[in-house]
Each structure stands twice: as structure tokens, then as C-alpha cells.
Design a protein around this ligand. Structure first.
Ligand code: ZN
Length: 462
């Protein structure tokens, strides 16, 4: 019997050592409480204007998802996703579980209309309160009523600046890109118009000064705190590094002409991407990059491998530019983790916080927190995805999921004796807001010590 006991203890030891390193599936009650009451900075989202301007608002995205052919929807983006019901109840007191029929949807919209009527122009801010978000970075073409500082900080789009030539050839790559480049050309036309131009300047030098630098400086003066690239939807991350003379030659050869040579256009785009990134460094605006599998039938997941960006991160001319890889990079979560060792590379948890379960996220989140904890930023990617999943619902669900994932990762680290409770508190603060405060020199606008409300995980106390 004694021997059996020893063997059992040895086996248990083996089991425990195999299990250690994983995130816990439960959350320590003190950790859960602190996470649920900490006001966050949301690094990336697409809030919609306050009523009555919400109906006509199209500027919440430069490349709206409904322009593309439908991908197979992940579970969290389907109309029967179980957390939809939890969010509707928390936000509007609406108590019918998904999926909704036409009548249910009408009643849901009535409940939303009631909430909008109650909060009026403060409706977007009220949405932030429900998700315990103090400040939201609003990735929008323009800001507007209800989506204003200090609660909302502007992150405009820079993609249009790196595609100055005829984009017919780029658009031919897929039916989705055909739609997306048409939208991108419209954004570029707006930027030209704001620069007082109606055509692209004749020389590269003029283009850089009068369009690229002028647009970035105007956006910065207009309150922008970062610039966003959705370039993974438009081409691969494999940017080359041509000399300026080569970019000038290509620009002069093709500007104003149709169908530029594909390889030459790639070189010009790469030159412009690095130029924009350099200017962002000078202007102290971090560069945001969509880095995850994307929406649409034809998104190139292979082209969005963040390791393709390593030469950009290693470019000494871009030492002063901070890059934030949005959405956690899935499926390249390991690659992202390795890239965090570069002083100018950060990752945010937006979108994965909405579409992945807390348990799945907590696995790689724990690795990142053990590796480079000052590089990980909270985010939701709140967005008007569908009739059922509006930007308030996506903000609420993502915020709760992500807080659960953080709780699981930290509980695992506590259980394995890797961190003290004091360090767990520091990590909560860093991920939810401290790292963003450092990257953008921001302060959250709300810092109330609220009692744990609806965001408190159902998983705690264990
Ligand atoms: Zn987004």
C-alpha cells in the first residue's frame, strides 16, 4: 500500500508538472474582483456616432466588412451566439435568448431605441461605462457627435496614402479586393481634397510633402493619436526596401497612367509604407496594423503573417516608430510573442477578445505576460457587425471575455508560484490601461472604484 501511495504521489507530480504552464480554467476571486472593477483603455474599436447621426454614419470603417463576400462565420459572429443574450440583458434589460426571429429583433431594436432615447448624445459614453472602458481609441475615417475626446481618441487610416497609382491591377487579385480598392480610392480622394488637390502631384517629392506628410500632420493636429493600416486586406506584409531614387523613377513613370507594372508598384508601396511609418515616428503617432486572419471570402491569412514585418521592425530608420499589432495575431500567436522582444512592437487583444473563448485566449496571453508583460494592450474591436451584434454588444462581450482570459492567465501564474499577488495587481493595471497610457501618453478619463457589476465573471468565485 505504501508503494502504491508513493507511485500515486509521483504520478500526481508528473501530472501537475505537465499541467503547470497552462492557464487556469477558474479565476481567483480577488483577481476577478480587481479585474472587473478596473477601468480600461480600449486600444481599438469602431464606435458609431450618437443618435440621431448613427443611422447615416458610414465613417466607422474605411473598408466596411459588408463590402466583402461572406467568409464562414466563426461561432461568436453567428446570430445564435449565446453571449449575445447575456449582453442584451446587461445593456438593455432585454431578456429573450438568441437566435431572434423577426418579431424578437424588432423588440430588441425597441429596447435599443429606448436606451438611446434615455442617454441621447451621451449614448456612446454610456456604452463605454457598461463595458467599464474609460477611454476608447476610435478607429474611424472621421470623428463626430458623441464620439469625441476625451472619452474617444481618434485613430484615422493611412492605407490610401501608399496606393497612389491606378489600382486596377491590385483590385484584380480577388473579388473582395475589387470592392476594397474602390473604397480606398474614395478615401484617397478625400485626402487629396483636404490637401487642396484634385489629382495626384506629378513628382514623388511633391506627393510626399503635399499629400502624405500634409495628411498625417493635419490628422495629428485634428487629434489623431495613432495611424491605422488595414493593409493586410489589400496586399501582403512582405514590404521590400527600395532606394528613394528607384521609388522616384517608378512614380514618374506611372503616375497618371493606367495599369502600372505590378512589381514596380510593389516597390513604390513599400517605399511609401516605410515613409509613412517614419513620419509617424517623427510625429509620435504609433502605427496600428490589422494582424489576424481577416473577414471576407478571400482574405490572405498567409500574407498577414507578422513575421513578414520583421525587416520593417528592424529598420534603424523606424527605431522611433512604435507598431501595435492589432487582434493578437491569431493564428500567429507564437510569432507575435517572439516579435514582442523588439522595443518598438506591441500587441493588442482586440477582436480575438470577441471571437475567441476566454480559455483559448488565456493560453497565449499567459505566455506573453510571462515574456513581455509591458507590450500587451486591452482592446475590443467593437463594431456594428450585424443586426444582433452591434458595437455596444461587441464592446461588452469582448470586454468581459478579455477580463476572464486575463483572470485565468494570472490565476495560473499565481497557482504556479510565478508571481505574487502584488505583481498580479500590477499586471492587471498594465494590461487594462497602463501599457496604453505609456504608448500614447494617455490617462483614462474615468477611474471610479466601482463595485463589481455585470462584467463580473460567472466563473468566479471558484
Ligand atoms: Zn477593427
Amino acid at each position: 500500500m505504501e508503494n502504491t501511495g508513493v507511485i500515486w504521489i509521483m504520478m500526481a507530480g508528473i501530472f501537475l508538472s505537465t499541467a503547470s504552464g497552462r492557464a487556469s480554467q477558474t479565476i481567483d476571486p480577488a483577481v476577478a474582483k480587481e479585474i472587473s472593477t478596473t477601468w480600461a483603455i480600449d486600444n481599438h474599436a469602431h464606435p458609431v456616432l450618437a443618435p440621431p447621426n448613427d443611422r447615416a454614419d458610414k465613417d466607422f470603417d474605411a473598408l466596411p466588412a459588408d463590402a466583402m463576400e461572406q467568409q464562414s462565420d466563426p461561432v461568436a459572429l453567428r446570430p445564435d451566439f449565446h453571449l449575445l443574450g447575456t449582453a442584451w440583458k446587461a445593456l438593455y434589460g432585454f431578456d429573450t435568448p438568441p437566435p431572434l426571429d423577426a418579431d424578437g429583433l424588432k423588440r430588441l431594436n425597441d429596447a435599443r431605441t429606448h436606451a438611446k432615447g434615455t442617454h441621447g448624445e451621451h449614448y456612446p459614453e454610456w456604452v463605454l461605462d457598461q463595458a467599464r472602458i474609460g477611454t476608447m481609441l476610435a478607429n474611424r475615417v472621421t470623428m463626430g457627435p458623441g464620439i469625441e475626446p476625451p472619452q474617444f481618441q481618434w485613430v484615422p487610416y493611412a492605407d490610401a496614402l501608399i496606393f497612389p497609382l491606378d489600382n486596377t491591377g491590385m483590385a484584380a487579385a480577388s473579388p473582395d479586393r475589387k470592392q476594397l480598392f474602390a473604397l480606398e480610392d474614395m478615401v484617397r480622394a478625400r485626402y487629396l481634397n483636404q490637401a487642396g488637390l484634385n489629382t495626384i502631384p506629378a513628382t514623388l517629392d511633391e506627393y510626399l510633402q503635399r499629400v502624405v506628410t500634409a495628411t498625417l500632420e493635419r490628422q495629428k493636429a485634428g487629434g489623431a493619436i495613432a495611424e491605422k493600416f488595414e493593409v493586410a486586406y489589400l496586399r501582403s506584409f512582405a514590404f521590400s526596401d527600395p532606394p528613394r531614387a528607384e521609388a522616384e523613377r517608378i512614380y514618374l513613370r506611372w503616375v497618371g497612367h493606367s495599369n502600372p507594372d505590378g512589381q514596380e508598384y510593389e516597390l513604390l508601396q513599400s517605399f511609401l509604407f516605410r515613409y509613412v511609418a517614419m513620419e509617424c515616428g517623427r510625429l509620435r503617432m504609433p502605427v496600428h496594423l490589422h494582424a489576424m486572419g481577416g473577414l471576407g471570402r478571400y482574405f490572405s491569412i498567409a500574407g498577414a503573417n507578422p513575421l513578414l514585418l520583421e525587416p520593417v521592425f528592424n529598420d534603424p530608420r523606424l527605431k522611433n516608430t512604435n507598431f501595435v499589432l492589432l487582434h493578437g495575431g491569431w493564428p500567429y500567436v507564437r510569432e507575435i510573442g517572439a516579435l514582442l522582444q523588439k522595443p518598438n512592437v506591441f500587441v493588442d487583444l482586440s477582436l480575438q477578445s470577441l471571437t475567441m473563448t476566454p480559455h483559448a485566449q488565456s493560453q497565449w496571453l499567459r505566455e506573453w505576460l510571462e515574456w513581455e508583460p509591458e507590450k500587451v494592450l486591452f482592446g475590443t474591436d467593437a463594431y456594428p457587425f450585424s443586426d444582433e451584434l452591434g458595437w455596444p454588444e461587441s464592446a461588452w462581450i469582448a470586454s468581459r471575455n478579455e477580463r476572464d482570459a486575463l483572470g485565468m492567465a494570472l490565476t495560473g501564474m499565481l497557482d504556479d508560484g510565478e508571481i505574487s499577488r502584488k505583481r498580479a495587481s500590477e499586471l492587471i493595471r498594465l494590461v487594462l490601461r497602463g501599457n496604453a497610457e505609456a504608448v500614447y501618453k494617455l490617462r483614462v478619463t474615468k477611474d471610479r472604484a466601482e463595485p463589481a457589476g455585470p462584467l463580473r465573471s460567472k466563473l468566479s468565485p471558484r
